[in-house]
Design a binder for this molecule. Sequence first.
Ligand code: F6P
Length: 476
Amino acid sequence: MNTTPPTACTAWTRLTEYRQRMQGVSLAEQFQRERDRARHLTLEIPGIVFDYSRQRIDAEGVGLLAELAGQRDLPQWRSALFDGAAVNSTEQRAVAHMALRAGETAPAEVRQTLDRMRALAARLRGDPGVRRIVHLGTGGSALGPQLIVDALGVEDTALDFRFAANVDPLDLQRALAGADPETTRFVVVSKTFTTQETLANAHAARRWLGQRDPARHFIAVTGSAAAARAFGVQEVLPLPDAIGGRFSLWSAVGVTAMCAVGIARFDELLAGGHDVDAHFVTAPLSENVPALMALLGVWNVNFLGSGTHAVLPYAHALRLLPAYLQQLEMESNGKSVDREGRAVDYATAPVLWGAEGTVGQHSFHQLLHQGTQIVPADFVVAGVSPELDANARAQADALAFGTTDPALPPYRRHPGNRPSSTIRLGRLDARHLGRLLALYEHKVFAQGVIWNINSFDQWGVELGKALARQLLTKGT
Ligand code: F6P
């Protein structure tokens, strides 16, 4: 499979030439030239419409991007991913989060763990002696479950759900405020069971429980069952090596979310992820939504020079999406060494940021419209209300087309020509959320293939951890 630098591909050179030819053509002109542009540059998959007509590209450019994906061997890498090859090369691991949502066709271990999660969720949801569930974990061991609970809401249970991730004791203090130790259960999620923040919080929780038996109050989700048992946990759910933290919400890591949203809705979430797997595996590259999301990102970063990417969900329920995607995209593709160990001489992952619309409009959108940096954006809309949809559309149009009235004073002019895509969910429910998250997961993988980097390790976080440990040992 191709592990050469992407810049060595003929499609890369042709994209550079294409960019030069297209430089002077604005989005407004492109819409004038191509009457059917909005229709042509929109793809539909079950439950999701992906409109990339406001990207600074046309059909020829999309063809060149698809050619680039072909030259990078994206189809072969995709097969390797789904066939269980060790695509996480620095750790010699396969990457198996798609198997977690494969339904009836999932491996036996996956179905067994899901059955255990369902039994546990049913028990906790129906236990009048349990009032609060506190989820302790950080990074991929927290962001996904927290997003699911916030997006879908707690349903048909009187249980109260809290999360604590920070080593700052205030986080746990707040999660425990008003709780009764007797009726509180902790779900400790840590793949390694060595993460200092999570263990500090777990130990603080044990102290808070006093003499109570930890076996009754703790559940663990981990790849290190022995460490969890040594801590005093009896109910330990597995987290296999092949499930990376930031891809793990579909696994037992999601057990807190399952307890909150209910078993049926968690199953729907999994089914939504599986829908997108089926699309990613079968759709041709130029009609493949995650592949195209990846390629348009590459276009913006490597050919138009954007260093950041905004995610703007127009739904309060999706307000945690930017934080979730920050880990997914930046921990995966924030790399500068390629699969062959060479320093790259092209840009990789942009800084991802964002906030819910319409709130962000009254804050940082000023920079999006008139700032000196061009920030490509994803508008995520879900038909929550006509006001939200109209605002998302208005922002995307204002960014793309700007103002045309020459009588306006300079400070009131909007230059326009600022690219965005719109991802429209048919509705905001578990199935659509699963689809949305799987789209971004495969986008990340496809970008890693284009950039020739391993998206599944995260060595960049290790040095800081080691230094903090040293400082703590020295008592600084
Ligand atoms: O420090 C980064 C990281 O390793 C993430 O990749 C991971 O999601 C998070 O920490 C938590 O790790 P663990 O699940 O092992 O506690």
